[in-house]
Design a protein. Structure first.
Length: 478
């Protein structure tokens, strides 16, 4: 793929865009720093202006103008991305395009079990909009109160219920999107079968805004299950995970909606930073699994049967089954507040890797060893989604050393730790990005670990659809 030189947006272009979106449809870059903040404080973004179109038609016209002038566009969703996909960190000569004004739930179809939403809809608002119809949109994650569905689709987000329902791509049945030339691709019909050539919907989902901007989506809905069961169990080590998982599959089959691994260290971080949360056990166990099953009446009893089987086989140390919605929420808060506890506690490296489920314990063991070789006494909080092999390693400085002081004294340690995790992942046949995407943070990693065939195909697709490289320049492909 040949590098295309992008241009600085001229005053005439900016004036034309301002006129197009109206006085409420743009903001000066100087007055809106939140669009340039990295959630983990590692990067600073730049941009010439923030534009806030309120329709697909406005997005199309803006893209056409920028493509004609070869000016870069950076799509902005909820700002929760952690690989700098929403931040231009190298150039001020780009236009930030935020979809926050496109935030309507257009339609809930009970006959088709779908909801049609605009890309700026906050994920949690979609949840509440469909729950009144006794339906759920099962994409769920800790950032649900601020992330938007456009960004979820652009990154093919995962979350805590991938095991049962799949990633964002699996839950989207149609999209409307603006291609790099400004053409609108509108395929919102709720078709479960459409074999008419290349699957453009699924090509755009997960493309991180580099092949087009998703503006509207048709999402699959599922019925609310009549019963659920939630348990927090203490385990001896990650080596027992596979045995526990097999027992659960035997007893509750496909009704497992989540199995989340949490370390004892991680739980202690959460409870120390959030006083309302507590470890429900009187013992500081080293590892926990948070398990949730959903289904017809009797599913909670079947969960209890699975746990009893695990106790009889001596692969569980302790267990608590939630007896109320409040208890369930308390258990889930231990998991959902983990990313924030990591941040407050000074985590300087946060990984998002996946390995085959059968190799989870090997990955945790090998990665911990590799990290300690970089710098002794680093503290590691490992947690993640067991059913799909997605493990997050969060690395903190040794005790009594602040993050800033540690990084100042060891300027190369963050990259060294990151590469130690990547190497371990690669050796076990895993992926360097399980659910967060490549963004701008991992472009060199992709070049290093992806196959030549994969890289060639990625670059060919990008060049064909976006020959001027205006769509999120610097993301995925450096």
């Amino acid at each position: 793929m040949q590098t295309v030189q992008l241009n600085q947006p001229s005053e005439n272009l900016l004036d034309e865009i301002k006129l197009l979106v109206g006085s409420n449809g743009w903001k000066s870059a100087d007055e809106m720093p939140r669009y340039f903040d990295d959630p983990r404080g590692r990067f600073e973004g730049f941009g010439a202006i923030i534009v806030l179109p309120n329709s697909t038609e406005q997005v199309s016209l803006i893209v056409k103008l920028c493509n004609a002038k070869k000016v870069g566009l950076v799509p902005y969703s909820g700002g929760t991305g952690v690989v700098a996909g929403q931040l231009s960190i190298d150039s001020k000569d780009v236009i930030i395009l935020s979809l926050e004004r496109m935030n309507k739930v257009r339609e809930v179809s009970l006959d088709d079990n779908v909801v049609i939403v605009e890309a700026g809809c906050v994920l949690e608002n979609i949840h509440s909009s469909v729950e009144k119809h006794n339906l759920i949109f099962p994409l769920n994650m800790a950032s649900k109160g601020s992330c938007c569905i456009g960004g979820n689709l652009a990154t093919n987000a995962g979350g805590i219920q991938v095991l049962r329902y799949g990633n964002a791509r699996d839950l989207c049945i149609g999209i409307e999107a603006v291609l790099p030339c400004g053409t609108v691709l509108s395929e919102l019909n709720p078709l479960h079968k459409n074999n008419t050539g290349y699957d453009l919907k699924n090509l755009l989902i997960g493309s991180e805004g580099t092949l087009g901007i998703i503006t509207v989506a048709t999402l699959k809905l599922k019925p609310i299950d009549s019963e659920s069961g939630t348990a927090l169990v203490a385990i001896k080590s990650p080596h027992d995970i596979h045995k526990i998982y097999k027992s659960l599959k035997t007893h509750v089959s496909e009704n497992i909606s989540a199995i989340e691994l949490m370390s004892g260290f991680g739980v202690s971080l959460v409870t120390s930073k959030f006083s309302k949360l507590r470890n429900p056990f009187n013992i500081d166990y080293e590892w926990f699994l948070l398990i949730e099953v959903t289904g017809a009446n009797g599913i909670a009893e079947r969960l209890e049967g699975a746990l009893n089987d695990c106790f009889e086989r001596d692969i569980l140390l302790d267990a608590i089954i939630a007896q109320s919605q409040q208890q369930k929420d308390d258990l889930w808060n231990l998991r959902e507040m983990t990313p924030e506890a990591n941040r407050i506690s000074g985590a300087f490296c946060n990984s998002d890797t996946s390995v085959p489920v059968s190799k989870i314990s090997n990955f945790i063991e090998d990665a911990h060893c590799a990290i300690q070789k970089v710098y002794p006494n680093l503290r590691i909080n490992s947690y993640g989604h067991i059913g799909d092999g997605n493990i997050h390693l969060n690395v903190l400085p040794p005790k009594e050393i602040s993050k800033d002081d540690f990084l100042k004294s060891n300027p190369k340690v963050r990259e060294q730790v990151r590469m130690a995790i990547n190497e371990t992942t690669h050796l076990l046949g895993g992926s360097i990005s399980a659910e967060h995407g490549i963004g701008r943070l991992k472009t060199r990693d992709l070049e290093m670990y992806a196959s030549k065939a994969r890289l060639k195909a990625i670059k060919s697709i990008k060049s064909a659809l976006d020959p001027n490289n205006i769509m999120n320049p610097g993301v995925i492909i450096p």
